[in-house]
Design a protein. Structure first.
Length: 446
């Protein structure tokens, strides 16, 4: 209300909208370099104008090699022609109707996801946080329909990240993320990662609805849950009559060399949240359930205005076309083996900087002995984009279809970045980093 009154007074005083805008702009510039954008991100001082595959070009024409993939979102890199064509074709037909009506592309994508996984039912949304929150709602609803509404608590683990909504923040229990937002929402028990005794004790309580876990913690520092532990979680849930939820927002859609990370094990969850890679850069998320859980989610129990809109599912279907092609996931595994081997070689070359290399497929973490921010910054100066994570880890998340030549170039730039750090006090001169892709780098990309 105060903002509206301020604008009214300004206009009534004889100032034009243009001069009001100028005054507001000056006020912003004195407090923030982000103009009207809320300053919730510590952004790097660079703006990109276009991209192709793992390459990004700035508004000034500089070229960077992107190993962040929008934080595991751009599964096929930037501007993949199959996805671009799908989006353009759908955009000329229909954008949005809401879920008041049937959406044929949504039905198609849901059926395909069910055929490729354990699931019998899919709910579409727009983001990972929505997918995780929907998964938690479905777990509670399942028990309520069974006559056990007292089962509403969900067990999670330290280092987890499930989103930024009130419920997903409470699930993650990260004090830094919760700071300033009041008491954490009730209904979550966050246990130390890897504490089996605490887990066995907590799971036996009669108010537990589910256990929720990332097969590989992403934001937590690329910490894999061993296969035998995933299988142990399934047994624990079954013996206590509770549900198992896998958060595969970051690990899913081919990132580990399987369509979903839990498929490296012999078990399946009751509920799974997905997002990021399934849209290839277009906002799309979903949670998948077994029939017994899905049947509890009757009309009116959940909803989304934009979830599963025609544009999003057109891209999602096109992305699945590529990722499920014969040999594609084998290619991810081959690329991952090459990349991880090269990173272990860098660890041997730079033992004072690199402590460990871990992860699965093309979801790789490099645990560092120096501050991760220093390495990310040095890589940026080498025209290489990395992203940090918890436990002092630099995440390496290339597109799933990056070519061997592109990955080799990434290793060269990463090596130069590490040399830059080691030589920062010695005045050594480093080789100039490459300026952009060569034809040899892109010729084998799918």
């Amino acid at each position: 209300m105060a903002g509206a009154d301020h604008k009214t007074v300004a206009l009534d005083s004889g100032l034009t909208p243009k001069t009001v805008g100028t005054q507001v702009s000056h006020a912003r510039s004195s407090t923030s370099s982000l103009s009207a954008v809320m300053p919730t991100y510590a952004r790097t001082d660079v703006a990109f104008e276009r991209g192709h595959g793992p390459w990004l070009e700035t508004v000034t024409g500089e070229t960077y090699l992107d190993l962040t993939s929008g934080i595991a979102v751009n599964a096929l890199g930037h501007a993949h022609p199959v996805l671009v064509d799908a989006l353009k074709t759908q955009a000329e037909k229909l954008w949005h109707t809401s879920n008041l009506y049937q959406i044929s592309g949504q039905e198609k994508l849901a059926e395909r996801l069910c055929n490729l996984t354990f699931a019998d039912a899919v709910f579409f949304c727009n983001s990972g946080a929505e997918a995780c929150e929907g998964a938690m709602k479905a777990a509670r609803r399942y028990h309520a329909v069974k006559g056990q509404p007292e089962r509403f608590k969900i067990i999670t683990f330290s280092g987890a990240f499930h989103g930024r909504t009130f419920a997903t923040l409470a699930a993650g229990a990260n004090e830094k993320h919760l700071d300033g937002f009041g008491p954490a929402m009730d209904g979550f028990i966050n246990l130390p990662f890897g504490d089996h005794d605490a887990l066995n004790e907590a799971a036996g309580a009669d108010d537990i609805a589910a256990i929720m876990v990332e097969p590989i913690q992403g934001e937590g520092g690329i910490r894999p849950v061993p296969v035998q532990c995933l299988e142990g979680l399934r047994e624990l849930c079954d013996s206590n009559g509770i549900l198992l939820i896998f958060d595969e927002v970051q690990t899913g859609v081919g990132r580990t060399g399987k369509l979903f990370a839990h498929q490296w094990s012999s078990i399946t969850p009751d509920i799974m949240s997905i997002a990021k890679g399934i849209g290839g850069g277009f906002p799309l998320g979903a949670f998948l359930t077994t029939s017994s859980v899905g049947d509890a989610m009757t009309a009116g129990t959940h909803g989304s205005t934009f979830g599963g809109n025609p544009l999003a599912v057109a891209v999602g279907n096109a992305l699945l076309d590529v990722v499920t092609e014969d040999g594609f996931l084998d290619g991810v595994c081959s690329a991952a083996a090459h990349l991880q081997q090269s990173l272990f070689a860098l660890k041997d070359e730079h033992p004072s900087l690199i402590d460990d290399v871990r992860g699965n497929g093309l979801l790789i973490g490099v645990k560092l002995k120096c501050p991760v921010a220093d390495v990310v910054d040095a890589a940026f100066k080498s025209k290489l984009l990395l992203v940090g994570a918890g436990d002092n880890v630099a995440r390496i998340l290339p597109p799933l279809n990056a070519t061997p030549a592109e990955l080799s170039e990434a290793i060269t730039r990463f090596s130069n970045a590490l040399k830059r750090l080691e030589a920062s006090s010695g005045g050594s001169v480093l080789e100039q980093d490459g300026s952009g892709p060569t034809p040899e780098m892109v010729e084998r990309r799918t």
